[in-house]
Write a protein that binds this ligand. Structure first.
Ligand SMILES: C[S@@+](CC[C@H](N)C(=O)[O-])C[C@H]1O[C@@H](n2cnc3c(N)ncnc32)[C@H](O)[C@@H]1O
Length: 364
């Protein structure tokens, strides 16, 4: 294992710990899953704060796991580190004998270890072989994608995963170049992208190759498909009172996170019924209003935090919630019946946390 490259500051660490604490402080032993262990910054802090918590740490990158193992060595008696893609969580839990969990954190995307590695090809600013696999033991590389995909497929990847408006032009440049010679290095690809973007557009929106590299990384690692199945699977494993926190770094990840949480905080019952039917009520409540953004101090201390969006939710017992709501509403209905015939009831005790209509992107 080589030296750690670059420094790594866990993003929104205090906020994550604050959100997870009520779930992990309960009972004799609680189970926390770090689905994206990385260099174990968040994981180490959780283990320090919660001496009775068992940590299950997943990462698809064997190098990250090796670093995390060293960092967490002093907690070895309550740590399981697993080489897995996070959508394999149910199988990992079954193998380890944990039917349910109390906390789960997803800190999505690449780690500073991966970005700073001179040999892994994630960074457009460094010349390296075009690999970009988080798990270097399997899967296709970015070099294979760039040199074998058809024009429509390449353009789709760049447009959808990179939100790149010059996707067809970049795809055409890639196809022209690969007829001449195979594209094997990140520097050559970055140069091709720069050349295919109109000069005025090169001067805005950061490095011109940023979106192409993001798109290829997402494609190579099948990131969105894994996330789309991992989030519901992890939510299903949480106990009542258990909590999930997700840190996303681009709108595609955040959109999937929002959709997974919205699905659970909405009632599944008929909209026109005054009461919730058994089993149809929300199974989660949101802990974040919209997506939380980092404060200025956080971004100044940790530039990687600049694009983060945090969402969090807690599992609730829908039937207890339904009963509680019915109990709260009964006396109010009688008062209304005396003074305001015909008006519907609004629950003054509600925080509105069952909805996601509180706006997006609140800075902390
Ligand atoms: C941003 S880093 C996590 C940093 C970590 N929270 C810390 O404090 O050190 C994301 C990590 O998640 C891993 N990862 C990304 N997608 C994954 C997936 N689908 N399954 C498992 N691990 C994944 C990456 O390999 C990377 O190490």
């Amino acid at each position: 294992m080589g030296e750690l490259r670059g420094t790594h500051v866990p993003v929104l660490l205090e906020r994550c710990l604050e959100l997870l604490a009520p779930a992990l402080d309960r009972g004799d032993r609680t189970i926390h899953v770090d689905a994206t262990l990385g260099l174990a910054g968040h994981a180490e802090a959780v283990l320090q704060r919660h001496p009775r918590t068992v940590l299950i740490g997943l990462d698809r990158d064997t190098e990250a796991l090796a670093h995390a193992r060293v960092r967490l060595a002093r907690f070895a008696d309550r740590v399981h580190l697993e080489h897995a893609v996070y959508d394999e969580l149910p199988e990992v839990l079954a193998r380890l004998g944990y039917p349910a969990i109390d906390g789960v954190l997803f800190d999505l995307g690449v780690s500073s270890l991966q970005l700073d590695a001179p040999d892994r090809g994630f960074a457009y600013a460094q010349d390296a072989p075009l690999d970009m696999r988080m798990d270097q033991t399997r899967g296709v590389t970015a070099e294979e994608v760039v040199n074998t995909y058809s024009h429509p497929d390449l353009a789709r990847v760049l447009r959808v995963y990179g939100e790149e408006k010059f996707a067809p032009r970049i795809a055409s440049a890639i196809l022209r170049e690969r007829e001449r010679a195979r594209i094997t290095s990140s520097a050559r690809l970055a140069e091709l992208v720069r050349e295919s973007i109109p000069a005025p557009a090169r001067r805005t929106g950061g490095h011109p190759a940023k979106r192409t590299f993001q798109a290829l990384r997402i494609e190579v690692n099948r990131e969105l498909a894994a996330l789309e199945s991992a989030l519901p699977a992890a939510l299903d494993k949480l106990t009542v009172g258990g909590r999930m926190v997700v840190l996303s770094y681009h709108s595609l990840e955040d959109r999937l996170t929002k959709a997974a949480l919205t699905d659970r905080v909405r009632s599944k019952g008929p909209v026109d019924l005054p009461v919730e039917l058994p089993g149809s009520g929300p199974t989660f409540r949101l802990l974040s209003r919209g997506a939380e953004l980092p404060g200025e101090a956080e971004v100044a201390a940790n530039p990687r935090a600049a694009s983060v969006r945090l969402r969090a939710a807690e599992r609730i017992d829908p039937d207890a919630e339904r009963q509680g709501r019915a109990d709260r509403e009964r006396p109010r209905r009688r008062v209304r019946a005396m003074h305001q015939p015909g008006t519907g009831s609004a629950d003054p005790g509600s925080t509105g946390a069952g909805t996601d209509e509180e706006g997006e992107g609140r800075r902390r």
